[in-house]
Design a protein around this ligand. Structure first.
Ligand code: COA
Length: 340
């Protein structure tokens, strides 16, 4: 790397995959004691997509990745690192889902690994990609957020099963010397003292697979919904205020505010606190529910495919998830504008 000609990380393309099967609120009315009215009012979610039994996190991740590779106008052979953020990997210990995605795409002899940061996973990936690229170690990185969240949801627990869905999103991060295409800022953080707000107790070293795990349903996601809600609004708002202030940018100047899609009420509260207009806030939670690490790239893909996201436009990402983890990023879209 030369100091006179520095290298920057740019967000070069986006792709997503959504499984075919739809689980609507009225379907859930048949499964647990709930109603479309309650779910809509408390969360804004109307439906979510659910992967087929034989459709795995890596399948969804590979499909989203292929789109991102094609749209970046590069070959799979140009990719020198593959990282996947997921809390629903194909296999809980090994191999990593990133290795399987690489194999499905025919990407050979390239470093590949997973990270676990729950719903903050995709923005965490951006920070890792930035570090690898700007240190000169890598040039084209495939980052993937993919989740088969339905595999860890207890469909008898009305407090959680209404929220989550499956899907995948992927992006290519590339090296550039053009500063106008560079990621402007990124901030990622965590506080493990809130670990029990949102967790899947098993399998792991605390609770290896056992009859007790099955009997007590410890393999399913558990959540303190109300506490998570309050902390999410506070953290998401604070994070955005800081990143905007640090970079002397006003919230009015953000064309695309893309928050983690967990709950419409959380997004509305954060948007209002930041004085965002409705047209600035990207909303996909109604049709996808919360897809964890896939939520933000699926939302970016939505505005890309609808022609709303154009080359050079600023995106403000803001996320929050199990860990607890949180992260925000300010970056221009450096991919080709879709042709309408
Ligand atoms: N249908 C009907 N009633 C339900 C219900 C459902 N699906 N889920 C919970 N309830 C009931 C509760 O049992 C409770 O009943 P009670 O008053 O008789 O005890 C009542 O609704 C209120 O429950 P509460 O948990 O206080 O509701 P809430 O307004 O906090 O909404 C969530 C629940 C889960 C929608 C909300 O807390 C939330 O979205 N939290 C954030 C979750 C999140 O984003 N997690 C992921 C972070 S990445």
């Amino acid at each position: 790397m030369s100091l006179s000609n520095p290298v920057y990380a740019s967000f070069r393309s986006i792709g997503a995959y959504v499984p075919q099967k739809i689980l609507t609120n009225s379907d859930l009315e048949e499964m647990v004691d709930t109603s479309d009215e309650w779910i809509t009012k408390r969360t804004g979610i109307k439906e979510r997509h659910i992967a087929a039994d034989d459709e795995y996190t890596s399948d969804m991740g590979a499909k989203a990745s292929q789109k991102a590779i094609d749209r970046a106008g590069i070959s799979k052979d140009d990719i020198d690192l593959v990282i996947c953020a997921t809390v629903t990997p194909d296999y809980f210990n090994m191999p990593s889902t990133a290795c399987i995605i690489s194999d499905k795409l025919g990407i050979k002899n390239v470093q590949a690994f997973d990270i676990s940061a729950a719903c903050s996973g995709f923005v965490y990936l951006l920070s890792i990609a930035k570090a690898f690229i700007e240190s000169g170690m890598k040039k084209n990185i495939l980052i993937v957020g993919a989740e088969k969240f339905s595999s860890i949801v207890d469909y008898t627990d009305r407090g959680t099963c209404i929220l989550f869905g499956d899907g995948a999103g992927a992006a290519i991060m590339s090296a550039t010397h053009d500063k106008s295409e560079s990621m402007i800022d990124i901030h990622a953080s965590a506080d493990g003292s809130y670990a029990d707000f949102l967790m899947t107790p098993a399998p792991g070293t605390v609770h290896p697979v056992s009859q007790q795990v099955i009997d007590e349903g410890l393999n399913f996601v558990q959540m303190k919904g109300n506490e998570t809600f309050k902390l999410a609004v506070k953290t998401l708002t604070k994070d955005v205020i800081e990143i905007l202030e640090n970079n002397h940018i006003s919230s009015e100047d953000i064309p695309h505010f893309i928050p983690h899609q967990a709950n419409y009420r959380i997004i509305k509260a954060v948007g209002d606190a930041l004085k965002m207009r409705e047209d600035q806030v990207v909303l996909t939670v109604g049709k996808y529910g919360n897809t964890s690490a896939a939520s933000i790239p699926m939302a970016i893909n939505d505005i890309y495919e609808s022609g709303r996201l154009k080359y050079g436009e600023l995106m403000l990402l803001d996320t929050f998830g199990g860990g607890l983890t949180w992260a925000s990023a300010l970056l221009p879209f450096a991919g080709k504008t879709i042709e309408s």
